[in-house]
Design a protein around this ligand. Structure first.
Ligand SMILES: [Zn+2]
Length: 126
């Protein structure tokens, strides 16, 4: 087995970052992301992508660029242009950031509920 993988053949595509794709080529000579059929899959996946973009907009504003960054990192690890170790560190930091942001939001909502309960005439639509 060579250092370049089981087949020894790398995908000949150039990634968006301008570096050669380092993913292993499949039988047709391209990796799964760059195979000619991938354009068709992406077109079909467009609907799902739009759904996931809508879902991403529901994220706290602070986390939206983090989600985009993780999305890019996922593709880059697959293409072999990002060190998996680096992506693992990014995922750990993103997880910590999510916990901090979430804790802050829960605290904010709790205070709003407590304030509304303390003043029965105000808030909560009561
Ligand atoms: Zn490729």
């Amino acid at each position: 087995m060579s250092a370049t993988g089981e087949s020894g053949v790398r995908c000949p595509a150039i990634t968006r970052s301008g570096q050669p794709c380092r993913a292993r080529a499949t039988a047709n000579g391209w990796c799964v992301a760059h195979t000619p059929a991938a354009a068709e899959w992406r077109a079909k996946g467009g609907r799902a992508t739009r759904r996931s973009e809508r879902a991403a907009r529901l994220l706290p504003a602070r986390l939206q660029p983090v989600a985009a960054l993780l999305d890019t990192a996922l593709r880059e690890v697959y293409e072999g242009t990002l060190e998996p170790k680096q992506a693992t560190a990014m995922a750990a930091l993103a997880g910590a950031l999510v916990r901090v942001v979430t804790a802050g939001e829960v605290e904010e909502r709790l205070r709003a509920i407590e304030a509304a309960l303390a003043d029965p005439r105000g808030g909560m639509g009561a």
